[in-house]
Design a protein around this ligand. Sequence first.
Ligand code: IPM
Ligand code: MG
Length: 380
Amino acid sequence: MKHTEVFEKIIEEQLARIERIKQNQTPVDYTSLDKIIIGVIGGDGIGPTITAHARRVLEEILKEEILAGKVEFRTIDGCTIENRHAAGKAIPDDVLEEIKKCHVLLKGPTTTPRKGDKWANVESANVTMRKELDLFANVRPVKVPDLGIDWTFFRENTECLYAMGSSGIHVTDDLAVDFRVITTPGTERIARLAFEYARRNGKKKVTIVTKANVVKATDGKFLDVCKAVAKEYPDIETDDWYIDIMTAKLLDEKRRREFEVFILPNLYGDILTDEAAELQGGVGTAGSANLGTRYAMFEAIHGSAPRMVEEGREAYADPSSVIRAGAMLLSHIGYQEHGEKLLEAIETCTIKERKIVVTGRPDGATGAEMADYILEKVRG
Ligand code: IPM
Ligand code: MG
């Protein structure tokens, strides 16, 4: 295909996607469903182990709802790097079909092939799932009470450099081009979600992060659209920062306390949330919600740590971030009380009390012990 034709195809695909976004604005009301199906995807490396701990915690908390037939847990096998490699697909078709029969998903980390390793160079399973299920919002809370940090990041999850991340072109041996996509309805929906969240949770300030001084078309649009949405929320203060100085300000002990809610395009959100999570104790401590209108997926933000498995240490992997993702799942499907209770228990165990500590090595507690400790706090 000629490069101009590739470009034409991309534009057509994105214009069609915009129409789909416009037609798909009403979120599912989980409380109106007879039964909520929670799919559990173990993933790779330490994924199956830590996800099993999280499932055990959720199953105990939802014991009555499961008995009453209101909630069902379903195991989704096959989302492993071996199967994805064999199928030559980011998510094999049969696995995707099973995933689409669920309402919400709890997902362990999945290995993303990188250039030069032994795996077929398929797209990241995360990225594919976010696109396939149109999970447009990646919500990542980071809290460090001692430092006065209480942030919630609303990372746009389907556009930016991720929309066409695997569709860039090598024009000649010397020239490679990738495509960055920002759309008006795609930006509107993430901005609205962030402002609604701010309003519902008594937050006073929303911060928009771009590099609109340099990346004028796409970041310019993102900033303009967010500002237009902000006008509908005059009770909330809005400011905007460039990504470079924002990364610095997260380390500024005085200024950073002022920030509450952030809205970012996909890649800046990816990077800034890792920095933020590090301040909380590392990416292993953070959970993340990937929200769409029909589906939602909850996951840890760390990777699959294959080295821990190679060295036989997976029993010592920290399940707290995927359990935290589980707490977000509970709140999202209408069990706010359960969700808040679980979150409080996680914070007691991992931040306040720390009676046992997971280090990832045999000198620390096992993941099973951490899950038991958290359950003990939930039971009260
Ligand atoms: C994340 C991860 C993914 C991303 C990777 C695994 C593709 O870093 O969830 O933040 O870049 O979004
Ligand atoms: Mg990331």
